[in-house]
Design a protein around this ligand. Sequence first.
Ligand code: CA2
Length: 145
Amino acid sequence: MKLLVLHGPNLNLLGTREPGIYGSQTLADINVSLEKLAVELGCTLTFFQSNSEGELIDAIQNAASGCRGILMNPAAYTHTSIAIRDALSAVGLPCVEVHLSNIHRREMFRHTSMIAPVAVGQICGFGSDSYMLGLRALFNYIKFQ
Ligand code: CA2
């Protein structure tokens, strides 16, 4: 089972700034942990981070050939991007939306997700564990659907 892991804008800065909100782990640390879990579960991961909405959309479209699902932290595009939502909807692959922080206890503008209505589910507020929980959830969803 091949899965795509997508990281949205500014997540390349993880571990270098705002550790109080986003933790001290770098994106590379999170990817290593995901990779270890993937070996345990028996799936293969492809990782991609971009600060560009268009590149994320291209990655979602390309996932349609070969990948069974998408684990995605759309970062700030969560709250704004109808284009990413449309891409997910168009490819029809199961997507689990994850966030490091609990977006529902932060500013009002973070309470709305454009992505949640086209996702299998959303996991937020557990720091890097959100990604691990999200990977397990996506894997089990695909395996048992
Ligand atoms: O909690 C999350 O995972 C977010 O997706 C992170 C986004 C934010 O816009 C969402 O509302 C919630 C921000 C990612 C920015 O990451 C940074 C990392 C280090 C330093 C500065 C920003």
